[in-house]
Ligand binder design. Structure first.
Ligand code: 0A1
Ligand code: ZN
Length: 866
């Protein structure tokens, strides 16, 4: 809660509060670690060089975090101490501690092989691997496991495995051991260790000041041929960060490791990024264009963290958006520069709406900077990441590009080597621009998506005189959990005006809204304009504007802002479908004609046409209906959406074969934006064609496919009409040894099964010999697939809810973090009818009543139930 909005719900007694932040009692000057690796009994020795901090001079206890550690010995300045840890750590009483620098030595035993939570040190396919963000280091050794305690690490690894890696630079090695030293102080969450039988794909990069950096991507033997794209993306990222942000890499080596069992996408450990293998490995045969784009973005994201996250880290976990929002914003800029800015923006906004708006409208809504948490791992959310990035984009819009660049330079110079806060971040902008950003700060502290209502007025000029056009806006943010009252925010609204013939008569101008209600006048107009509002999606708000289907079709045809052109098509499709579902006016003909004209317009970028062709998802429609006060009926939504696809396919039937043929290319596959756009449009059109020909063209396309994008496009089209059995079998036969590719096979079936068969099919997939509860990617493929199957998951008898809850409970016993993430599938329950609401809440209650439930899943289910 911000100070302006007191909490209204009872807090979980386990909550940790931002307001309770206290600096650590001691300074950790340096640390030496030694790992003697053994699967069931790894011995970790740590030497911590500590001294009381200035503020804590005098008598103060020393608290170290530690979980699931067997303490072998503890020494203070060489003297053995007999202390018994509690379940979450170790407290050294004040009377034992010198009021001067001292050395604390611990030796503990840990069990990587039994670590199925994939947090701390664990094993994956015979390889040792660590994951320490956010609080995994405390499962490795006793430590002040908090981001504001930074130190220099020296690490020795002893093992017979051939490759032994840690952070920083390699300093020495011999048979069965290696030593690393990281010259840059870092918090424990950036620590990493990898040991395994791995091979390297190597390259190098010379930085802007002429230092050569050895680059290596470490993979299992056999995967070397799939590293080229990740390496290319890394080199482009390093160069881009120098050119655009002036940021140079700062170690002699940069290592990336691919691991199959990983809870998240990737991790920015200093000098040793660890990646979920699905975000590293790619070639034309096994990866789609989307995979290539995602790999490029995630490689960039993790690399960019070297400055925004590592050199400048977060003071505490409430400041997570400080590194994540900024780094997402930077990776979005990078992808836009590598590809098309308009297309990238459209994709990013689609993701924001699908994930973050959904989160913001439900029981899991929280501010970009939360005020409390029970389990920090539950806050790696679309709000912290994607909305966090939108806040940076808004700030840049408000201050302008030049001031943004200056503020970033100041941020890097002022806070390098520090653990910073959102206050520090905003202060650099205030210092550079002289602006007061206290109102802007509400974006960080208040949850919820503002709703922006627009009305307009046109005053015709006296004979021969120009007219005045006025846009009036009202902002309102609905209550969110714990925050009833909302304050007006500063909202940058980018607006352009079009004349009746479609010409732009006023270029984009940014209106700065600061009040609840505000009007803006445009003078000197000869005719009533058509407004193009919120160009480029200049603020993460819900724009509510009553405009006619004709006006939307006009903007779809003429807007000079590509984002808003797409937006016009999207809103026209959404209004048409909502009207179909609620008995409103029939807009189908206007929609189909406008869209068909756009699809046929070969002067437009195929990637843009492909995105505009995409209908709002069933979940988007459920959200749109609920925003308008209707109860979504999942079956009816699915039928209306499919009927619209049939209508469009029918209208385009004569053109489809020619359009698809025209997009074919005989050049070999290249994962570039141009080729990806062509293939994306082609897949969208093939899906329409499949609705007309029963799958003939898609079967042919599947058989002829020489790349994964085309194969998946054809398979998707077939599964969507209930066909594709033979193709699924062929796909499995070809790819059964490949985990990452087989995830697609699991996912597509679960997501595209007919609603009355989805639950049974998913139960079968979970019983398939290839299903592995310990592998988060496979779990997400199957159960993320189920929750993406809107009508299947929301089956009226609750079987979808029951199946998911059963498996979440099972997974929770092994991997709480992954179980908690997938549980957000239930977050939309308040939208639905009373019967479905009762079924979902009963499942949440069943989860909550599970003996031994984790803090992770417990917090999620509890918040959804509150
Ligand atoms: N910082 C990483 C994401 C990440 C977060 C938590 C993890 O384990 C709990 C792992 C990775 C990023 O933003 O890429
Ligand atoms: Zn990140």
């Amino acid at each position: 809660m911000s100070s302006e909005t007191p909490p209204v719900t009872a807090a979980d007694p386990r909550s940790i509060w931002l307001a309770d932040y206290q600096p650590y009692s001691h300074v950790l000057d340096k640390a030496e670690l030694c790992f003697r690796l053994a699967p069931k009994g790894t011995r970790v020795s740590a030497r911590l060089h500590l001294r009381p901090s200035a503020a804590a001079r005098g008598r103060h206890v020393l608290r170290l975090d530690g979980e699931a550690l067997r303490l072998v010995s503890l020494r203070l300045d060489g003297q053995l101490i007999d202390l018994t840890p509690d379940p979450t750590g170790l407290t050294l009483p004040a009377d034992l501690l010198p009021d001067a620098p001292f050395v604390l030595e611990t030796e503990v035993l840990i069990d990587p092989v039994s670590n199925t939570a994939l947090e701390g040190l664990y094993m994956s396919n015979g390889m040792y691997c660590s994951q320490c963000e956010a609080q995994g280091f405390r499962k490795i050794t006793f430590w002040p496991d908090r981001p504001d305690v930074m130190t220099r690490y020296t690490v020795r690894i002893e093992s017979d495995l051939p490759v032994l890696l840690s952070n920083g630079n390699p300093t020495a090695s011999g048979p069965g051991w290696a030593e690393w030293h990281d010259p840059w102080p870092k918090p424990s969450y950036l620590f990493a260790l990898v040991a395994g039988d791995l091979v390297a794909c190597r390259d190098s990069f010379t930085t802007m000041s002429g230092r050569k950096v050895d680059l290596a991507i470490w993979v299992r033997a056999g995967d070397e041929s799939r590293c080229a794209w990740a390496m290319d993306s890394l080199i482009r990222s390093m160069k881009w960060d120098e050119e655009v942000y002036g940021r140079e890499y700062d170690l002699d080596v940069f290592n990336i490791v691919a691991v199959d069992d990983f809870n998240m996408g990737a991790m920015e450990n200093k000098g040793l990024n660890i990646f979920n293998s699905k975000f590293v490995l790619a070639d034309a045969e096994s990866a789609t264009d989307d995979d290539f784009a995602r790999i490029e973005a995630i490689i960039a994201h993790e690399y960019f963290h070297n400055w925004t996250g590592n050199r400048i880290t977060c003071r505490d976990w409430f400041q997570l958006c400080l590194k994540e929002g900024l780094t997402v914003f930077r990776d979005q800029q990078f992808s836009g520069d590598m590809r098309s800015h308009a297309v990238k923006r459209i994709e990013d906004v689609a993701l924001l709406r699908a994930r973050q708006f959904r989160e913001d409208q439900g029981p899991l809504a929280h501010p970009v900077r939360p005020e409390s948490f029970v389990e920090i791992n539950n806050f790696y959310t679309a709000t912290v990441y994607e909305k966090g990035a939108e806040l940076i984009a808004m700030l840049k819009t408000l201050v302008g590009d030049a001031a943004y660049a200056k503020a970033l330079d100041l941020y890097f110079s002022r806070h390098d080597g520090e653990a910073a806060t959102i206050e520090d971040w905003l202060k650099v902008f205030e210092d550079v621009t002289g602006r007061d950003l206290s109102q802007f700060k509400r974006w960080y502290s208040e949850a919820g998506t503002p709703r922006l209502e627009v009305s307009e007025a046109w005053e015709v000029g006296e004979a021969g005189e120009a007219g005045v056009y006025t846009l009036s806006f009202t902002q309102h943010t609905p209550p969110t959990p714990g925050q009833k009252q909302k304050n007006p925010r500063v909202i940058p609204i980018a607006v352009g005006l079009l004349g009746p013939n479609g010409d732009e008569i006023r270029p984009t101008e940014v209106l700065e809204m600061t009040e609840v209600q505000q009007s803006f006048r445009f003078e000197g107009l000869t005719a009533r304009p058509v407004p193009s509002i919120l160009r480029g999606f200049s603020a993460p708000v819900l724009l509510a504007r009553d405009s006619s289907a004709a006006e939307r079709a006009f903007l779809l045809a003429h807007d000079t802002d590509l984002f808003n052109r797409y937006e016009a098509g999207r809103s026209l499709a959404r209004e048409m479908l909502v009207a179909q579902l609620t008995g409103g006016a029939d807009l189908r003909a206007t929609w189909a004609a406008a869209l068909a004209a756009l699809i046929r317009d070969e002067s437009l970028d195929p990637a843009f046409r492909a995105l505009t062709l995409r209908l709002p998802s069933e979940d988007d429609l459920a959200q749109a209906l609920s925003e308008r006060g209707h109860l979504p009926d999942p079956e009816a939504i699915r039928s209306a959406r499919r009927a619209a696809q049939d209508l469009l396919a029918g209208g385009l039937s004569a053109d489809l074969p020619g359009l698809i043929a025209g997009l074919a290319s005989d050049r070999p596959f290249l994962p570039d934006a141009e080729g990806a756009g062509r293939r994306s449009l082609s897949a969208g059109l093939l899906a329409l064609q499949t609705r007309l020909d029963g799958g003939a063209a898609a079967r042919q396309a599947f058989d002829a496919a020489d790349n994964m994008t085309s194969a998946i496009g054809a398979l998707t089209a077939l599964l969507d009409i209930g066909a594709g059995g033979a193709e699924l079998a062929a796909f499995a036969a070809r790819w059964q040894q490949d985990r990452n590719v087989m995830d697609k096979w699991f996912m597509l079936q679960a997501a595209l099964a007919a609603p009355d068969q989805a639950v049974e099919l998913v139960a079968e997939l979970a019983a398939h010999p290839g299903f592995d509860l310990k592998n988060p990617n496979r779990f997400r493929a199957v159960f993320g697939g189920l929750s993406a199957n809107h009508a299947g998951f929301h089956r009226a008898d609750g079987a979808g809810y029951r199946l998911l809850a059963d498996w979440l409970i099972r997974l929770d016993a092994l991997n709480p973090q992954s179980a908690a993430r997938v549980s957000a599938a239930f977050e939309t329950w308040p939208r639905y009818d009373p019967a479905r609401r009762a079924l979902i809440t009963a499942e949440l209650d069943r989860i909550l009543a599970t003996p031994g439930l984790s803090r992770d899943l417990g917090e999620m289910a509890g918040r959804m139930r509150a």
